[in-house]
Design a protein around this ligand. Structure first.
Ligand code: NAD
Ligand code: WQD
Length: 341
């Protein structure tokens, strides 16, 4: 039987590559679109090694409507799209706001236009817990009010959410969409054949931790320990990337079954908050490696604490995570070692 085709923009990237694997394992035929602006063809090799088959991949920019039309036409009937393609570095977006708005908002507009032309109705969109800003109460539910974004990157996620709500609400619209608000994705596939490829000095915690343990960085700096949290360091909800990838499969299924609202929003996290110091300790426990770290000043713009209320995801989406923090960190360490071998 023919597999149901799902277009995966940004499918060579960190989360996209894991989603491609989980989609295929669930019986779908993922079709990758990526311009490799933040990924490498080696991700396609890793996917092929895991699955034992080549997944079709098109090197195109999602801002290029003609190229996108050609892919839709060539692939034949696509049933849905998962739109991962975007720039994602909060700090970089401060210096390159125009590039961020163009790439993240522009690519969504182009994609929506082409989907409408080809009658493709289902879209899963990569949103982020960044839309909640500094929340007034924890944990955050999908009804927690969003706050003015403190970076152009965050603003692009809020704008894209607004665009999707407006487009789906139009009387003649056929679009059905699920907005997944990811918390902090970490770790890698158990095979260590795909994972995150941080370029330059990592800004995110886990790649910095694994590079420090590997001796590439001398010391991890913990950004502040005087926050109003039990141990003074920031609290986040660290979700394993394979669990996160599986949430996309469930979301696609829900859209194709035409269940739920025309626009639905779900948090994707574990529902647990862990401090930076807890992550360091869990990493040491999980890997047996001793981590060289020091406490530094707070990082401007950091949210003191945020973690997800996952009640809606569990009850309505039927999704929950299964990987412990230790196992997630062990997989990140295995990936780091694979990168160096
Ligand atoms: P990533 O950079 O690893 O993957 C994004 C992929 O999209 C890359 O392969 C890149 O080459 C591609 N891409 C970018 N612009 C493109 C364009 N115009 N046309 C075609 N391809 C393009 O990032 P990721 O961590 O996998 O994130 C995926 C999505 O999830 C992004 O939308 C990101 O904003 C969102 N998100 C990520 C995190 C996180 O911490 N990683 C958290 C919340 C939300
Ligand atoms: C985690 C914690 C740092 C590095 C970012 C984006 C967010 C979303 C997820 C896309 C914080 C601390 C970090 C270091 C440290 N992405 N830290 N030393 O900032 O929670 O979220 O990624 O949508 O929008 O902002 O993730 O990994 O940078 O930081 O102490 O060297 O680790 O202060 O408390 P963050 P992160």
């Amino acid at each position: 039987m023919d597999r149901t085709k799902i277009l995966v923009t940004g499918g060579a990237g960190y989360i996209g590559s894991h989603a491609v694997v989980e989609l295929y394992n669930a019986g779908y035929q993922p079709i990758i679109v990526d311009n490799f602006s933040n990924s490498q063809e080696s991700a396609l090799v890793g996917i092929e090694q895991i699955l034992g088959v080549k997944v079709p991949a098109h090197r195109i920019d999602c801002n290029d409507a003609e190229a996108l039309r050609a892919v839709f036409a060539e692939e034949g009937k696509l049933r849905g799209v998962i739109h991962f393609a975007a720039y994602k570095a909060v700090g970089e977006s401060m210096g390159k706001p125009l590039e961020y708005y163009q790439n993240n908002v522009g690519s969504l507009l182009t994609l929506l236009q082409v989907m409408r032309e080809f009658g493709v109705e289902a879209l899963v969109f990569s949103s982020s817990c960044t839309v909640y800003g500094v929340p007034d109460a924890l944990p955050v539910t999908e009804l927690t009010p969003t706050k003015k974004a403190n970076s152009p990157y965050g603003a692009t996620k809020q704008m894209c959410e607004d665009i999707l709500r407006d487009v789906a609400a139009a009387p003649e619209a056929s679009l059905r969409t699920i907005l997944l608000r990811y918390f902090n994705p970490i770790g890698a596939h158990e095979s260590a054949l795909i994972g995150e490829l941080p370029l330059g000095v990592p800004q995110n915690l886990i790649p910095y931790v694994t590079q420090t343990a590997a001796g590439i960085r001398e010391q991890l700096t913990i950004h502040g320990d005087t926050y109003d949290t039990p141990d003074g360091t920031n609290i986040r909800d660290y979700v394993h990337v394979v669990d996160l990838a599986k949430a996309h499969v469930v979301a696609v299924e829900r859209l194709l079954d035409a269940k739920g609202e025309k626009v639905d929003t779900f948090n994707v996290g574990t529902g647990r908050g862990n401090s930076v110091l807890e992550v360091v300790q869990a990493f040491e426990r999980a890997t047996g490696e001793k981590l060289n770290y020091k406490i530094g000043p707070p990082r401007p713009g950091d949210v003191p604490a945020i973690y997800a209320d996952v009640t809606k995801s569990v009850q309505e989406l039927g999704f929950s995570t299964s990987t412990s923090l230790e196992d997630s960190l062990a997989s990140a360490w295995k990936w780091q070692q694979a990168l160096m071998s």
